[in-house]
Design a protein around this ligand. Structure first.
Ligand SMILES: CC(C)(COP(=O)(O)OP(=O)(O)OC[C@H]1O[C@@H](n2cnc3c(N)ncnc32)[C@H](O)[C@@H]1OP(=O)(O)O)[C@@H](O)C(=O)NCCC(=O)NCCS
Length: 190
């Protein structure tokens, strides 16, 4: 378990299948991520079986839980490149009841602390659709900065949208949030 302030990150389990299958087929959720095709239960099960919290190569896929054990979403480090000490980040709070309550921001801060403090990464990057203002606001609070825009990079709902490229470097994150986790019983830096 990787403890955050209001979430913890844990390994995904086969028992999570029905929840993640529901989220990945909920258009209100997937309109914000690059997942436009309906996903079969068998494909989702294959993805879940291949998901792994362990390090380079396969990336890191984790479940986001509230402190009382509700599984509300998933978070990933993808395309982990050991030579460049970098990875891409993906996050989805699939349970819409938990949107805009600080869980996504805490999950991202928690996985960044792990990426920089345990995996010894130096750079974490992501792409967000320009209409996804909530995600960009959350990423800025975590320390991400906008690097530029990929113009008309994504087509959905009959229109082209820009993708916003964002990244955070280890030193920037450390200055803002601290890389070291809080000692047991001590509150993590805000
Ligand atoms: C994006 C996501 C991870 C953010 O997590 P969250 O728990 O909902 O968001 P948080 O509450 O942590 O932070 C969102 C911030 O954006 C702000 N916000 C919400 N809606 C906003 C909007 N339309 N415009 C600007 N800011 C907005 C909130 O006020 C909050 O800031 P505050 O805490 O200073 O008030 C989550 O909403 C999600 O998974 N959405 C669906 C999938 C998705 O978009 N994934 C990311 C793809 S790049």
């Amino acid at each position: 378990m990787i403890e955050g302030n209001i979430v913890r990150l844990r390994a995904l389990e086969l028992a999570d299948l029905e929840r993640v299958y529901g989220w990945i087929n909920d258009r209100e959720v997937t309109r914000y991520i690059a997942a436009r095709y309906p996903m079969s239960r068998a494909d989702e099960e294959r993805w879940l079986k291949g998901s792994s919290p362990n390090s380079f190569g396969g990336g890191v896929q984790l479940a986001i839980e509230t402190k009382d054990g509700a599984h509300i979403g998933n978070i990933d480090l993808i395309d982990v490149q050991p030579e460049d000490r970098k990875a891409g980040l993906g996050v989805m709070i699939g349970d819409k009841d938990y949107w805009s309550n600080g869980y996504g921001t805490d999950a991202v801060i928690t996985i960044l602390r792990f990426a920089f403090g345990e995996m010894n990464l130096n750079r974490v990057w992501l792409h967000a659709f320009d209409f996804n203002e909530r995600a960009q606001a959350s990423y800025r609070k975590c320390g991400f900065q906008e690097e530029g825009r990929l113009r008309e990079h994504y087509y959905t709902e009959g229109k082209y949208f820009d993708s916003v490229v964002m990244s955070v470097l280890r030193d920037e994150f450390d200055a803002l949030h601290g890389i070291a986790p809080a000692a047991v019983g001590e509150k993590a830096p805000a």
